[in-house]
Design a protein around this ligand. Structure first.
Ligand SMILES: [Zn+2]
Length: 375
């Protein structure tokens, strides 16, 4: 669940609800801890104003860091539909895995670099504002911006997925080994080592009395552990599908629905009978659209008898389709990008097949089984 707040360089910016929680926690701990410790003898109001301002600066810093990742990815021809700010900072949803180690290296390294540069700018401002005797409500957040950006840069350089450092490490290994899966496997091992190391530190902290720090370290370790696993999986899927085209994995015999039947007939004769979640709508030999169980769920049941398929279907001109000669990974990335359960395969304006998520999974399993048999 996330909230859309705007669009920068064509990238949608969203805030995940966990960020609101973190925002409050950060404001609180700054107002009650960091600020009074760094700048004693001010009122509670001053601490809360500086705390909240500093939390906003943290938010802006994370966003700028992510925007730099996105910018370099877009420059390299990799689409970035959105950035989501969440618990640990931000995630740029970069659509495809970088095609070569140089691209991956540049996309990753620019994040920590931008944090260090921001830290430098805040440090300079802090120095100037201090010399000019600016009030503490200005100086304190700037000081925090200086510290936090250096910490962000350093934290992200940890060689653990899904942090930038993990990707930088993989890019180096990838360019040396020339094999992205082997590089990912090795980088995942290093990531796990760091993740378990953090968890161990967390455990030691808890038993020696720093409960909060300990829990936090455990949590970060767990997060990195999961991220490493997910990255390995993602890479394996992409590599397994490499060399396959859409026509190799699609289902060629597609059950289609006539646009002129009622929704109730469609449910009875197709949805209940064949158990698919969606069907292409074809009339007079022409693809008219697609109808999914989702379209039907949105329609009140009492109208099923009086509504026709063409009333509720997604019309052909709004469909995301794919060509049989496109790479199979393209089908997967289009489906996840547009959150689709299936994608129609079109050749010369004609429907020739359909690719569903289960088709993709089947293709992956087939390839993995085949590899096992060859051993
Ligand atoms: Zn980053």
């Amino acid at each position: 669940m996330s909230l859309k707040i705007g669009r920068v360089i064509g990238v949608e910016i969203r805030i995940h609800y966990t960020w609101l929680l973190i925002f409050m926690l950060v404001s609180f701990s700054l107002a009650e801890g960091f600020m009074p410790a760094e700048y004693p003898n001010h009122s509670t109001l001053v601490y809360w104003v500086t705390g909240i301002t500093a939390a906003i600066l943290l938010f802006a810093s994370v966003l700028i860091h992510e925007l730099f990742h996105s910018y370099v990815a877009i420059k390299r021809g990799i689409p970035v539909p959105r950035i989501t700010l969440f618990l640990f900072g931000g995630v740029s949803q970069i659509e495809e895995e970088p095609r070569d180690p140089t691209a991956e290296f540049r996309i990753s390294v620019v994040g920590p670099l931008s944090s260090f540069a921001l830290g430098g700018i805040f440090g300079l401002l802090w120095f100037i504002f201090n010399a000019l005797n600016f009030p503490v409500v200005i100086i304190a957040p700037i000081y925090y911006g200086f510290i936090i950006n250096f910490l962000l840069g350093l934290f992200n350089l940890l060689p653990a997925f899904p942090l930038d450092g993990g990707r930088i490490l993989r890019a180096r290994l990838w360019s040396r080994k020339k094999d992205v899966i082997a590089a990912t496997q090795l980088a995942t091992k290093v990531s796990s080592f760091f993740a378990y190391g953090l968890m161990l530190l967390g455990f030691i902290s808890i038993v020696t009395g720093s409960l909060f720090n300990g829990l936090w370290l455990l949590f970060v370790g767990w997060f990195l552990r999961n991220g490493a696993e997910a990255t390995l999986q993602q890479t394996t899927i992409n590599q397994t599908l490499t060399g396959l085209n859409v026509k190799d994995i699609m289902t060629p015999e597609v059950i289609t629905i006539d646009p002129n039947i009622t929704v109730i007939d469609a449910v009875r004769d197709y949805f209940y009978r064949y158990k698919h979640g969606g069907y292409p709508v074809v009339g007079d030999g022409q693809l008219k659209g697609i109808i999914t169980s989702h379209d039907i769920q949105n329609l009140p049941k009492e109208r099923w008898g009086s509504t026709y398929v063409w009333d509720v279907m997604t019309p052909a001109e709004r469909l995301i389709t794919i060509s049989p000669d496109d790479p199979a990974t393209e089908a997967l990335s289009k489906m996840s990008k547009h959150d689709l359960g299936r994608i129609l395969v079109i050749e010369n304006g004609k429907l020739i097949g359909i690719v569903t998520r289960s088709d993709v999974m089947r293709a992956i399993r087939r390839r993995v089984d085949l590899k096992v048999e060859q051993v």
